[in-house]
Each structure stands twice: as C-alpha cells, then as structure tokens.
Design a protein around this ligand. Sequence first.
Ligand code: PMP
Length: 384
Amino acid sequence: MLVSDVWHQRLASARQQRVEEQRWRHRRVMPPNTLDFAGNDYLGLAHDPRVQAAQAEGARRFGAGAGASHLVSGHLEIHEALEDALAQWTGRQRALLFSTGYMANLGVLQALADSHTALFQDRLNHASLLDGATLSGARSRRFHHRDGADLERLLARSSATHKLVVSDGVFSMDGDVADIATLAHVSQQHNAWLMIDDAHGLGVLGDNGSGCVEGFDSQAVPILVGTLGKALGTAGAFVAGDAVLIDHLTQFARSYVYTTAQPPSIAAATLEALTIVQREPEHRQRLQHHINYFRQQVQALELPLADSHTPIQPLLLGNESRTMAWAAKLSQRGIHVGAIRPPTVPMGAARLRITLSARHTPSDIDRLVEGLSACQREEARCPA
Ligand code: PMP
C-alpha cells in the first residue's frame, strides 16, 4: 500500500462521516451580481473608492508585502501610524497589529495564560477564543451565555491567582451584545482581567463607532481585541491595552512574532477606513436604518427573528434541513445568506445568518424580505 493510500483512507473516512452527518460544507465561488447578506462588510468600506485608492497607493509607497515579521524588518511607518490611530480611537495607551483576528485571539491567550491560569469564557465565544485557550494549556470554564451570575459563581470557586474572563463583544452567530458593565464589575470584584473580542461591534456600535466597549476604559476592559476585516472593510486585527500588556504580547505572542507583518497596503487602506468611520457617522446611521427596516418587515411576517439590534440578524429556523432548504431557495433568487448549522451553533439551533450592510439599498432589503416570504409561503403549501 502506498503511503498516500493510507492517508487517503483516513481522510475518506473523515469525509464520509461529515457527509453522513450532513455537515459537509461547500465552498462556492460567489456568482457575480449575487446579493450578499452573509458578509461582514457592515459599512461597505471594502468597496469605498477612497479605501481602495489608499490601498493601491500604500502598495506603491511601501510595497505589496511587508517582506518580514514585525520584529525583523517588516514593521513600517504605516503600521506604526495605524497602531497609534487605533489606540487613540479606542482610548487605549497602545495597540498592536496582528495579521488576522484568529491569530490575535490565539496569540493573546497563549501569551497570557498557562496551566496555572483560570480562564472563564462565555459559552458562545468565537472558535478562535476556544482554540486560543486550548493552545495556552489553561483550563477553561464556560459560563452561561451573557450570565453574570453564573460567571460570578465560577469565579468565586476559583483559587487561581491569575484569572481571565473572556467574551465576544457582539456574538457572531446571534448578534446579541455582551453586558460589558456586568462583566467588568464581576471581573473587578474577583480580581480577574477582562478580555473583550469586539470583532463585530467595532465601527458599528457606539456614538463614535468604537464598539460595544465605548465608554469603558482600560481599567474596565484591560484587553480589547478588534478585527479589521469586518466593519473596517480590510483585513487583520489589533489588540489594544496598556503598554505593559502590549510589550508582553510583542515579545510572547507567537502568532505575532513568527509571522510576516500585515501587508502595508492593507495598513494604509485601514487607516483611511478608520478616518471615514470617525468622520462620517452617516454610514452607521444608514446601517441602523436598514436594521430597523428589515426587522419591521420580518416581524410583520411573524418569522422567528432573533432579538438582535446589530447588523447580524439571525432567523432561527432550528432544523438543519429546513435551514439548508431556505438558503437554497434564496440562492435561486440570487440572494446569499449564511446557513449556519451545528457544530458552529448548538444542536437544534440551525439558522440563517443574515447580515446587513450600509452598502445595501432599501430595495435590496425588499428583495430579501420577498425571498423569505416566498420560502414561508412554499413551506405552508407543502410542509416538510
Ligand atoms: N472573533 C470573532 C468574534 C469573529 O467572529 C471572527 C471572525 N469571524 C474572528 C474573531 C476572527 O477574525 P478574522 O476573520 O480576522 O480571523
């Protein structure tokens, strides 16, 4: 038997299991002109000509790539400028760029926690936070979703010297928002540090768009993670906090140290996107308007819409095959929504993850609502 046969057997059995569980995920090239209600470009900045021009100009000035990691020779003046701007925007002493949000979360947890650290994570935290905990070797305790009393109970039982509470800001599959005031209060009461990953809130929530932690300083939320591939429309991520934290991450976060720095063109584009976020609240207002309009329309149809006031508007269909059928029907109409199934969400909690963007028009939303209404009518005609 060839070596590759041995491996192929193993991969084939994993594949078969996935297919049998009906969990095989298909990656498709998005057909042009698809109406996208699945992405995270909440403010439409990925397509803003000013951001695109800044990216092109950044590539011309600084190169298409950084050429090395930050600690070797890849840390350029545009990275430094972006870190300063992000620190200022979030009201933190310093910020540190990472190549992706996934890497930021792995890096922070691996650098801060070890087998003597107690981690406390919301049950619905993003996979990157759970993977970071595994990598760190720390023991994770999971508290009930958005439940400060359950967190308090777990913290009270812990005798660890170093405790770290970790939560998404906006929950990526539910669209609801962490109760930052309670998390901060309970963490302080129990001498725990608090880390918030506001990947989906930054740029969208708060008067200045600085996310669900707007108004909470470094004392309340000492570790803030933000990603740049969502509302800011580019790619990458950052961690913001005090100088001691950032210096530590610069030295010890392996996903920071051992990887090529973010392309400088992306840093240049992000700096432009950040300026737009700060100067032009109208994109956020337009998005909010879309959210209200969409909710009104869908509620009128009495569809099972989650209680979310962020651009993530899940439709809780429950059953996996129902969810896939609705997504397929919408796709036939040229509309793309996320069909989210276990293990990404708990069993019986399959859903359409619908996301709104300032880039949509009211008639785009009308088309989506009409598509949902057609799915509903068809289901009523021939129930599964
Ligand atoms: N945190 C959260 C809450 C996320 O939803 C995501 C991405 N979906 C990430 C982190 C990872 O960010 P990135 O895509 O930049 O790796």
